[in-house]
Write a protein that binds this ligand. Sequence first.
Ligand SMILES: [Zn+2]
Length: 111
Amino acid sequence: MTGGGDPGEGEGGVWKGKQRPWAHLYNYKWRKYRLQFLKEHPLCVMCEQQSLTEPATVVHHKQPHRGNVEIFWRRSNHEGLCKLHHDSTEQAAEKGSPRPLIGLDGWPVDD
Ligand SMILES: [Zn+2]
């Protein structure tokens, strides 16, 4: 287990030391799907828009699923992002206006 650029749980599981209410969705099935998705979509789509080539390591939900299983698994709602872009989308959601919905755990909800 060296390198590989895999952030582990990606956007799921433990997040800033807090568990999201829908952490259970990021189960084995998701991890398997995620690996397959990243195989088929190996490049960060946001980097591609800037003519950059960066491997995607996170499967991002374009529409925040907020625990909705149907939206969570909707194939067209997924895109591959690099860690940097995924983190910056989350930060933008935190700083940006309008204020995003706040999750049950008190953190802004956005994937
Ligand atoms: Zn990127």
